[in-house]
Design a protein around this ligand. Structure first.
Ligand code: FAD
Ligand code: NAP
Length: 532
């Protein structure tokens, strides 16, 4: 007989991954509990409430596929859903499948220790409760641990400082205010045009310019929706065959930029620019591997930036000097255009770095900027941050922080050697952030479900990745990544945004071969794992 806090399975996190994992574990008939530090479900879509926050994956692809009625019934208004719309959808899912009854909210997991005597995980939380479970599933998110930069004088600022991932739930009124935004990644680029509309003055503090592509949001096309819904399963299956697990209704072109004449290249790029969004990067099949194709694409976007931004000096400041698509692509709605407004000012932090935050604003090496509100759009400690914040200890007290001191190591992005029965959903070493994450999450949840079901059926207590399989997998991830241009710039895929973080390429490029490998491992009796 189990006590109230003993479960077969504990899941940490109630975002898209944790919610689906809970649903699947219930289906297996296991006792399962989710621990979530937020006050409700939603994860990313609960936390990121900054102005302009929305998805940049097309609506019909960024939703669960596991329930046919759900996907048929839900209706999205626009090409890219807004943060409130996605949260509403996830709240509907939570209600529809009665998920909340098995979730503890406002509770942060602080430690997780594997007890070798009982083969159970002992999990403790910030409210002092101790839980235990045979299986521990980390659905803590790849992009969930905010990066708050250590800037001198942060505490002295007279006004509020908001991080995009911790934005107030009732919004912020920027009207009449002097606002400073630090950071020009996806969050900054979405927020800046909206803030510029409201604020008296907006100063953007840019460390790296972005190759941003117009999102071209619009109302959904009812004919396209009907066509997709007539065979939603087929549509999802075609998505999963794409390298990034998305965009099957606008497939990528299967030719190199270098196969075309200059005139044809410009025509293809212009066509894709007009389509907007991620399909732009499907213009050629080698943008992420061929320097020449990459340069042709970058030159096209450079010309666009220069055509939009009226002030040549500002246009130059906004033009990146690194390979396009090397940082995670950014989609915008009128981003470059806002620099033509008289109330928007751009500061190049490479030329004049931030020295301090003062009571009145931000001081760079050259100027003091007086501000009423500061917005940190400074991103996240991605892929490993949320996991390493928890003190996780496996066999013989082995700490995950020690095991990953030189960067994350694991097998299939799912399990770390020395940490039995611990699974990471979209962990480093899996395609995760290089895909439509909905698809990557569903694939991982379904793999873990099959694995746990197999263990229950075959009365196995423990599953654990071997050191050899782990070593070979890490070498494989590096080998694949090294063939791409994703290693050619400073980006968060390699931890470059966090001072002191080991420089390791964390996600695995290529979704379909990864799925095949996962299936092959199962077909070969969980090859690379020890089942006991
Ligand atoms: P999350 O949604 O991050 O959920 C993790 C949960 O774990 C959080 O609720 C967190 O509070 C909880 N948690 C973490 N640590 C603990 C702990 N110690 N104790 C208790 N709870 C804990 N991906 C796409 O594919 N397309 C997009 O368009 C897209 N847009 C994005 C927009 C933004 C603003 C951001 C930040 C990310 C976006 N992503 C997008 C990536 C997005 O994170 C994933 O698509 C997806 O939402 C991840 O779901 P998840 O459940 O894995 O993680
Ligand atoms: P990000 O891409 O990491 O961008 C953070 C920005 O802050 C970068 O411009 C970075 O500069 C800058 N920065 C970081 N630390 C700084 C410091 N100390 N001083 C000055 N500048 C600093 O973070 P994000 O914009 O929050 O996006 C993170 C990821 O979440 C995205 O890549 C994407 O995967 C996802 N996301 C998606 C959407 C969407 O449209 N669906 C929206 C938001 C987020 P450097 O580039 O020089 O590091």
């Amino acid at each position: 007989m189990k006590s109230a806090n003993e479960f077969d399975v504990i899941i940490v996190g109630a975002g898209i991954a944790g919610m689906y994992m809970l649903y699947r574990m219930r289906e297996l008939g296991l006792s399962v509990h989710v621990i979530e530090m937020a006050s409700d479900i939603g994860g990313t879509w609960y936390w990121n409430r900054y102005p302009g926050a929305r998805c940049d994956t097309d609506t019909m692809e960024y939703s669960y596929s596991f329930d046919e009625d759900l996907q048929q019934e839900w209706e999205w208004p626009e090409r890219y859903p807004t943060q409130p719309e996605i949260l509403e959808y996830l709240q509907h899912v939570a209600e529809r499948f009665d998920l909340r009854k098995d979730i503890s909210f406002n509770t942060r997991v602080e430690t997780a220790i594997f007890d070798e005597a009982t083969s159970c995980w002992r999990v403790s939380t910030d409210d002092g409760t101790a839980h235990s479970a045979r299986f521990l599933i980390m659905a803590t998110g790849c992009i969930s641990e905010p990066n708050i930069p250590a800037i001198d004088g942060m505490q002295t600022f007279n006004g509020p400082i908001y991080h995009t991932a911790r934005f107030p739930h009732d919004g912020v009124d920027f009207s009449g205010k002097r606002v400073g935004v630090i950071g020009t990644g996806s969050s900054g680029v979405q927020a800046i045009p909206v803030i510029a509309e409201q604020a008296a003055q907006l100063t953007v503090f840019q460390r790296s310019p972005q190759w941003s592509i117009p999102a071209r949001n619009r109302s959904v096309d009812p004919d396209l929706v009907a066509e997709i819904k007539a065979d939603y399963a087929g549509f999802r299956a075609r998505n999963r065959l794409q390298s990034g697990a998305q965009l099957s209704h606008i497939p990528a072109n299967d030719f190199s930029a270098m196969e075309l004449s200059e005139e044809e290249r410009q025509r293809v790029l212009e066509e894709r620019w007009q389509l907007g969004g991620f399909p732009f990067f499907g213009a050629f099949n080698d943008i992420t591997v061929s320097l020449e194709s990459n340069k042709a694409t970058a030159d096209f976007v450079r010309d666009k930036i220069h055509a939009i931004v009226e002030d040549l000096t500002v246009a130059e400041m906004l033009t990146p000097d690194y390979t396009i698509h090397c940082k995670r692509p950014v989609l915008d709605s009128g981003y470059f255009e806002i620099y033509n407004r008289s109330n928007v000012h751009l500061v190049d932090l490479r030329a004049t770095p931030i020295v301090a935050i003062t009571p009145n604003g931000i001081r760079t090496s050259e100027t003091d900027y007086d501000l009423d509100i500061i917005v940190l759009a400074t991103g996240f400690d991605n892929m490993t941050g949320a996991l390493l914040r928890i003190d996780i200890r496996g066999r013989a007290g082995l700490s995950l922080r020690d095991s990953w001191a030189n960067g994350p190591v694991n097998y299939l992005g799912l399990q770390v050697a020395g940490f039995p029965n611990l699974f990471t959903i979209t962990g480093p070493g899996s395609p995760s952030v290089l895909t439509n994450m909905m698809v990557a999450i569903e694939q991982h949840v379904e793999w873990v479900t099959e694995c746990i079901g197999y263990m229950v059926d075959h009365e196995h207590d423990c599953i654990e990745a071997t050191e050899e399989a782990q070593e070979a997998w890490v070498a494989h991830v590096n080998e694949v990544a090294d063939q791409t241009l994703w290693v050619s710039c400073h980006n968060w895929y390699q931890g470059d945004n966090i001072p002191g973080k080991p420089r390791v390429f964390m996600p695995l490029p290529g979704f379909p071969p990864y799925v095949e490998k996962c299936a092959e491992v199962v077909a070969n009796g969980y090859e690379g794992f020890v089942l006991s």
